[in-house]
Design a binder for this molecule. Sequence first.
Ligand code: FES
Ligand code: FES
Length: 166
Amino acid sequence: MSDRHLIVLNVNGESHEALVEPRKTLLDVLRHDLGLTGTHVGCEHGVCGACTVLVDGEPVRACLMFAVQAETAEIRTVESLGQDGELSDLQRSFSEHHGLQCGFCTPGFLMLAEGFLAQRPDACREEIREAVSANLCRCTGYQTIVDAIEATATRRCHAAKKEATA
Ligand code: FES
Ligand code: FES
């Protein structure tokens, strides 16, 4: 008898069916069953944050969550950031501020920052530093990642103010 379950995951605004064993992680289902390989596999122990995705808007380590637990949630992966082949403002900012080198950690930092800025759009640099301390990067020294997120926050705040006064 198969112990696999048919589940429906809502990922990046689309419903996907997958036949999965209960022990299969959200990370493995995203990458292997749905082909969304932008979410990276690092430690697989909840330490590095390379696998960070948004689950109902909260940054979550996809290696620590079973796919069956995510069935009713709205999941967003790094593939959701760009639109029509264009990078998002946050992705552009990482590029402009040299917030990546090898890029292995980048999808995780992008989704961490996307979730954080949605909750704390006016976060100060210190709060951004605290937020990014959740994930590991072996290349950049973190300052450029903080620069990229801070610049995005500033740009989004200016845009929101402009819109409010228009
Ligand atoms: S791969 Fe999930 S935290 Fe490292
Ligand atoms: S850019 Fe290489 S690990 Fe972060």
